[in-house]
Design a protein around this ligand. Structure first.
Ligand code: NAD
Length: 312
């Protein structure tokens, strides 16, 4: 029987660090190879193999996959929404070519599985904003959303055309404390905790009533692993699954923090990220993920806030 050997690309990012550590617990430290452009993250040091990799270099990636007998790839390297708007062509190039490199090597080397995350950014101002369905109008307006939507079509294409077992989730904004966020529009919901603890004050770059779908990192890691562990026959969506846990505004998260830090105050100074947020859903309908592979979130705003403030 073939043993699972996993490559995580973008392992030093906000999701990558926690996902790598979770996968090492499940599959054994030496069976999960972490890789990134950056230097190894402190939390990964001493926990398993680390290689430096530029995913844009297909040859280098191919050699790595063969040399380490890789059977599964988790591709997390990307340019995120807010950073992407500063250099749209670069974001398109990196987000698309990295995925095409991985999908093509998965096809050539007959890999068992590939994971690549999409985002709620695939939706745009013409999508229904409330409980946005799995299948609906998808007209993204950011380059990040456009690249994620195109990526979803490529995933489905490689699955249908070549049988590559690629799986994907449309993550909402992810909140965590272990590894810093990488330039997304929902990063305010992380900054707010640091500022609340250090200065009892936070100025939000989104307006007070901007509702966005959000999720606490432990739920996101569990969702990712549960999707990847599910029987292939249950995976009916080969583009990317809607995934949901909670939805709140800057004002609401501020009020929740105030329950723990009574002196906490908030101000609002919306910047260019407001326009990005305005084009995204307020909340997501993830019925299909719940039905197909049993998804269920554990953290709501209150439980997440308590845990963040305890751990930051
Ligand atoms: P991040 O920016 O924190 O991490 C990405 C990592 O990829 C970084 O460590 C970076 O050094 C690495 N990287 C960049 N270019 C690379 C290259 N050419 N070769 C190798 N590594 C490279 O991002 P994240 O928040 O961990 O997001 C991971 C994935 O999840 C991305 O696809 C992102 O679009 C998606 N996602 C994230 C969120 C969120 O809220 N964090 C929400 C929706 C979707």
């Amino acid at each position: 029987m073939k043993k699972d050997k996993i490559l995580v690309i973008g392992a030093c990012g906000q999701i990558g660090v926690e996902l790598t550590l979770a996968l090492r617990k499940m599959y054994g430290d030496t069976n999960v190879v972490a890789s990134d452009l950056r230097e190894e993250h402190d939390l990964l040091k001493g926990t398993g193999p680390y290689v430096s990799l530029d995913v844009m270099n297909k040859e280098m990636l191919h050699v790595l996959v063969i040399r380490h007998n890789i059977t599964q790839v988790y591709l997390l390297a990307a340019i995120l929404s807010a950073t992407g708007e500063k250099n749209p062509l670069l974001a398109w190039h990196i987000n698309m070519q990295s995925l095409l490199n991985v999908l093509d090597i998965a096809k050539e080397e007959n890999l068992d599985k590939v994971y690549w995350p999409s985002s709620i950014a695939v939706f745009g101002p013409n999508s229904p904003a409330q409980d946005t369905p799995q299948h609906t109008i998808i007209e993204p307006t950011t380059i990040y959303g456009i690249s994620k939507f195109a990526g979803e079509r490529w995933c489905e294409y490689y699955n249908h055309r070549f049988g590559v077992d690629v799986r994907s989730l449309r993550y909402p904004g992810l909140i965590s404390y272990k590894s810093a966020p990488g330039g997304g529009t929902t990063d305010y919901a992380i900054e707010i905790f640091h500022e609340a603890k250090e200065h009892q004050q936070y100025t939000s770059f989104l307006s007070e009533n901007t509702y966005l779908p959000m999720m606490y990192m432990p739920d996101a890691i569990r969702a990712t692993i549960e999707l990847m562990e599910a029987d292939a026959a249950k995976i009916n969506v080969r583009s990317a699954y809607n995934l949901s846990a909670m939805s709140f505004s800057p004002k609401e998260i501020g009020e929740e923090i105030k329950k723990h830090i009574p002196g906490f105050t908030m101000a609002y100074a919306p910047d260019y990220r407001q326009e990005i947020a305005d084009g995204w859903p307020n909340s997501i309908d993830d019925t299909q993920a719940r039905q197909d592979w049993g998804w269920k979130p554990e953290y709501d705003l209150a439980r997440m806030t308590e845990d963040m403030l305890k751990n930051i």
